[in-house]
Design a protein around this ligand. Sequence first.
Ligand code: FES
Ligand code: FES
Length: 160
Amino acid sequence: MPKVPVQFALNGEEKAEFVESGTSLLTLLRDKIGDTSPKGGCHQGTCGACSVIIDGELKLSCLVLAETCGNASVQTTGGLAADGVLHPLQRAFLDHFAAQCGFCTPGMIMAAKALLDRNPDPTREDVVEAISGNICRCTGYEPIIQAVMAAAQGNSQRVA
Ligand code: FES
Ligand code: FES
């Protein structure tokens, strides 16, 4: 299989790799670069666990060919904390017990971040719609919705 070069920014850091043509971005991130924050659930675009933000758009990294990411800016949950301080969404997920096994959490957080980046003051319906492509088998979704709403409100205190 021929290898193709791909150069892109991952959480603000330049990366240059050679990948086999047809390799998914998810595989490149996890297996070559070592950013295991995007999770591989279904590998066919139905669970949302692999969600990342590419050039401001939420994408399923299992469906994105790595070779199409040249010069892109890719964000993952692995890059959200800064100087050891959690991103407000990460903090809110902790405070609202919005993660149990945690497998869906990175994808949920990226879906929420994509929402808050374009709409800092979402309604509950906006939040529900934004995470509708992300499957969680543990939480029943309510704590996740509360966490995203709290992060949007700049309030990561526990909702009673
Ligand atoms: S692993 Fe990509 S959508 Fe499930
Ligand atoms: S916390 Fe387990 S799948 Fe969502």
